[in-house]
Design a protein around this ligand. Structure first.
Ligand SMILES: Nc1ncnc2c1ncn2[C@@H]1O[C@H](COP(=O)(O)OP(=O)(O)O)[C@@H](O)[C@H]1O
Ligand SMILES: [Mg+2]
Length: 251
């Protein structure tokens, strides 16, 4: 389980807060979607979980232990991270990109390659076709699959995904969303998924945490949030998609 307690981050000595007093629990095996518009603090929150950013105050615990008490390598092994944007190393082959964390962990080369092939197959990329290519030779959707495979390579129990499908066309995004749902069913990971897209949130989430200007507005199941928005902000956020859905349903 991942637990954030009174988490705050300021980058300008307290003049403004990227994240303010955020408390949140992510249960084992659930997909929690952090939903909010650009600049509301989603990436900062995610990066405080695996210590890419240190909080100004508050704590993060993973499986009951404060992340500052974990050694960085085992922490990063237990938490896969899919970066915003694509974030593959352009000079490395797909196989090498996928095996970055296993290499850091000192796995021997045969085990790394075997594992890279396994996770590439899991995201439906044939390792024989793609393994030796470089990221520049892949489509955006294929690169994003590699990003997911890389995050899964060391078999983490938690996955943090920062707008992983944000740069893709709508059709490719739909396919990858469905594949993520399948992977989640197959592997049972705990997932924190960041997006600004309400439909994506509704497609993927077990629970949604709505953020606004660094603060948590509401967290709850899709049904709870749609039926009982905790604030005018949350109500209006879902009002338009709800009207669209009702229109589509009536057709
Ligand atoms: N390294 C940084 N230095 C200064 N300000 C930052 C830094 N990272 C993020 N911020 C600021 O913190 C706020 C939240 O950013 P971010 O977490 O990236 O939002 P989101 O991912 O929701 O778009 C923004 O105002 C952003 O400009
Ligand atoms: Mg972001």
């Amino acid at each position: 389980m991942i637990r954030l307690t009174d988490l705050s981050k300021t980058f300008d000595k307290g003049r403004s807060y990227a994240v303010r007093d955020l408390s949140l629990e992510v249960q084992d095996g659930e997909t929690l979607v952090l939903l909010g518009s650009s600049g509301c603090g989603k990436t900062t929150t995610l990066k405080m979980v695996n210590r890419l950013i240190e909080p100004t105050s508050g704590t993060v615990t993973v499986d009951g232990r404060c992340v500052t008490q974990h050694d960085i390598l085992p922490l990063r092994r237990s938490i896969g991270y899919v970066f915003q944007g694509i974030g593959l190393f352009p000079h490395l082959t797909i196989e090498q990109n996928v095996a970055v964390v296993p290499k850091l962990l000192g796995w021997p080369s045969e085990r790394r390659t075997a594992r890279a092939h396994e996770v590439l197959s899991l995201v439906e990329l044939d390792p024989k076709v793609y393994g030796r290519r470089r990221p520049g030779d892949l489509s955006g959707g294929e690169q994003q699959r590699v990003g997911v495979a890389r995050a899964l390579a060391a078999d983490p129990s938690h996955l943090l995904m920062d707008e992983p499908f944000g740069a893709l066309d709508a059709i490719t995004r739909d396919v990858l969303q469905q594949e993520l749902l399948r992977i989640k069913r197959e592997l049972g990971k705990t997932i924190v998924f960041v997006t600004h897209d309400i439909f994506e949130a509704l497609t993927l989430a077990d629970r949604i945490a709505v953020m606004h200007e660094g603060r948590l507005e509401q967290v709850g199941s899709k049904r709870e949030i749609l039926a009982r928005p905790a604030s005018e902000f949350v109500r209006s956020l879902f009002a338009k998609p709800k009207a669209q859905l009702e229109l589509l349903a009536a057709q």
